[in-house]
Design a protein around this ligand. Sequence first.
Ligand SMILES: C[S@@+](CC[C@H](N)C(=O)[O-])C[C@H]1O[C@@H](n2cnc3c(N)ncnc32)[C@H](O)[C@@H]1O
Ligand code: SF4
Ligand code: SF4
Length: 348
Amino acid sequence: MTVFPIMNYKGKWLVDYFRIFFPRWVYYKLGLSKAPIDCFIILTHNCNSRCIMCNYWQNHEKDEITVEQIRQLLRSPSLRHLKGIELTGGETLLRPDLPEIIKTVYDETGIKPVLATNGMLPRVLDKLLSTHKQYIAGVTMSFDGLKEVNNQIRGQMTFELAMQSVEVIKKYGLKPGISMTLMRNNFDKLKETYEFFKNEDFTYKPVQTTPYHFGNNNSTDLSLSDEMKKHIIETAKTLPITNLYDAFMEEWLLKADRPTPCYAGTGGVVITAKGEIQPCIHKPSIGNALKEGFENIWHSQKAESFRKNVAPNCKDCYQRCTTHSYALEMPKWVAKYRWKKFKNLFLK
Ligand SMILES: C[S@@+](CC[C@H](N)C(=O)[O-])C[C@H]1O[C@@H](n2cnc3c(N)ncnc32)[C@H](O)[C@@H]1O
Ligand code: SF4
Ligand code: SF4
């Protein structure tokens, strides 16, 4: 499940590209607009899971952005060009007002958000989908392996409960997005996890640390050794490529190389549960929208400096969510991918 269906570069992606993304790209390049196309709203910094690679569950914060504050934020002129919105956390289903939030996002922007959940509350998810399915583009869930490994990483019973949520999602005619985070504990479980979920929208990503998301997991050492990275790359070669994010995992893992420069802070924005505005999940807040107003922050010196000096050269991450705005330069990704395939076939 992706925020932008175009990321799967199937069917009429080029038509969609020229219709939706190319005009924005031109605006950005000419400096005529900084309005993002992609927005992450972190609804809560709390969680009911116990994942080893993410510390959100250690938070017990009550103060969270309200439905009304989300409504006002989405009315900011710079947020009127959004093409995709992801609601994430923490655990989104812990928000009792999630149905209102989803409806508000839809009413204000016309965009059906993608909902991220750990799947531990299948009954709550069922209730939500029974009334709000029509306002939701899709639901992404996390599995970090099959039962034993997943539960060791994410906590007891997480596999069983999340599988119930997968069934709930399917019952409503949606295709679950399954996301696997690769770390020391499961780097060799990619193949079996893929095989299990291959009929869903499966993707994977390397573990990352950051003080600005994942409940500040900076001091957790889950980094992959070179041997582990090689193992992942070899396994990945045996899996079909269904989206271009996965297609460049090898380049990222070996050379920290992204196919195109990052558009964080221009094409993408993160709004946290406290109203902080981050250019991406890995970089610090550039201001608090609830105190300073979104427009003031987005057009501030700080934001401008990030756009000019940080994002275009940054190679600090290759998180699927942080590459969403790659739809802006989709033809380059497709061309690079085709060239890579050609080289592998004929030049090796
Ligand atoms: C922070 S979670 C929020 C949504 C929900 N609670 C869940 O677990 O899916 C969003 C995604 O980040 C992934 N994630 C968590 N910790 C991570 C880390 N240290 N590095 C990379 N991805 C991570 C999760 O596995 C999940 O796919
Ligand atoms: S990855 Fe998701 S489920 Fe796990 S602790 Fe973080 S927010 Fe919670
Ligand atoms: S590459 Fe850098 S600026 Fe871009 S999303 Fe990743 S950490 Fe943020």
